[in-house]
Design a binder for this molecule. Structure first.
Ligand SMILES: Cc1ncc(COP(=O)(O)O)c(C=O)c1O
Length: 330
């Protein structure tokens, strides 16, 4: 079986497992795990921020990050198919008590004119005020689309002007960096607060980080514990993340090339595939997925007429070519 459902399906490599086995650990709830501390410091520095916090999941990193800039009774604006709106099961409403309003863009992009029309200033006790604008880079359900730096800079300038904060869901920011060559610091500079995932394209088994100011991270550390996310000798997982940062970033270019191959086979213009995700629109989506599985290629639907293919560390060039042949024939 060639499994293209998600880049979260990867299994740790032997080298990653060896790095995990060697990790120096301590109780991270006591702040005594040196490997976690090293990972947090490294990732914060990469993005030019003061601090970072290791979390078990990207969803928790997003909930902590968004709640650091949006209070209960306030709203965050985001694109309609953003992971925070569509796939975190209402966590931001359930835990933080915020509401969301959305703009729609088929490629998940920043649509500044629309954002400007839906932005709500604080008008006193009459309307929900906008506290933050959230963007997702790359955008998962928009097919791994990259958000251009120029658009992010314009958004940041607008947000600063109207006094709201910017959150970036950077679960796959590594892919955006490899696809465009944009330095991580440039992405960090357009957001007040971010999340990044080690457990997607980078191939770590577990782990994400929230990134932000020292104060925001100190507060998030309390909320992480409150939510049951205080972890003990978790350096064993942070070591996998450090190994992934050392060895699995540049290779994402292979995943991107494999995705273009699959796109071409499925009749999707490869020029529209920025990174490692291909979304194919078909009226027979569920049937297509079932027939692909019969031929040994596992893919999934992400909507009634949308099929998603994701390339990753465990998909070789040979696998990609085989899958392209099967899907092309179907
Ligand atoms: C863009 C994006 N953000 C956040 C997440 C959440 O990550 P997790 O599954 O670790 O909660 C995902 C998961 O696929 C994602 O695609």
């Amino acid at each position: 079986m060639i499994d293209l459902r998600s880049d979260t399906l990867t299994r740790p490599t032997d080298e990653m497992r060896a790095a995990m086995a060697r990790a120096e650990v301590g109780d991270d709830v006591y702040g005594e795990d040196p490997t976690v501390a090293a990972l947090e410091e490294r990732v914060a520095g990469m993005f030019g921020h003061e601090a970072a916090l290791f979390t078990p999941t990207g969803s928790m990193a997003n909930v902590l990050a968004v709640r650091s800039v949006v209070n209960a009774g306030q709203e965050v604006l985001c694109e309609a198919s953003a992971h925070i709106a569509r796939a975190e099961l209402g966590a931001h409403g359930a835990y933080t008590g915020l509401t969301m309003r959305t703009w729609i863009h088929p490629r998940g992009q920043v649509d500044l004119p629309t954002i400007q029309t839906i932005f709500a200033p604080d008008m006193g006790p009459f309307f929900v005020p906008t506290a933050a604008i959230s963007v997702e880079n790359t955008h998962n359900f928009a097919g791994g689309a990259v958000l251009p730096l120029a658009d992010l800079r314009d958004l940041r300038e607008y947000a600063t002007g109207v006094g709201v904060r910017v959150h970036m869901d950077g679960a796959r920011i590594w892919n955006a960096h490899v696809a465009t060559g944009t330095p991580f610091e440039e992405y960090g500079a357009v957001a007040d607060v971010m999340s990044v995932c080690l457990s997607k394209g980078l191939g770590a088994p577990v782990g994400s980080l929230m990134i932000g100011s020292r104060d925001a991270i100190a507060e998030a550390r309390v909320w992480r514990k409150r939510m049951g996310g205080g972890m003990r000798q978790v350096g064993i997982l942070a070591a996998a993340g450090l190994h992934a940062l050392d060895h699995h970033v540049a290779r994402l270019a292979d995943d991107h090339a494999h995705a273009k191959l699959l796109a071409e086979a499925c009749g999707v213009d490869p020029a529209t595939v920025d990174t490692n995700i291909v979304v194919v629109h078909r009226s027979d989506a569920a049937d297509f997925v079932a027939r692909a599985r019969d031929e040994g290629v596992v893919i999934s639907t992400v909507g009634p007429t949308a099929v998603r293919l994701v390339t990753h560390l465990d998909v070789t060039r040979e696998d990609a070519e085989k899958a392209a042949a099967v899907l092309g024939a179907l």
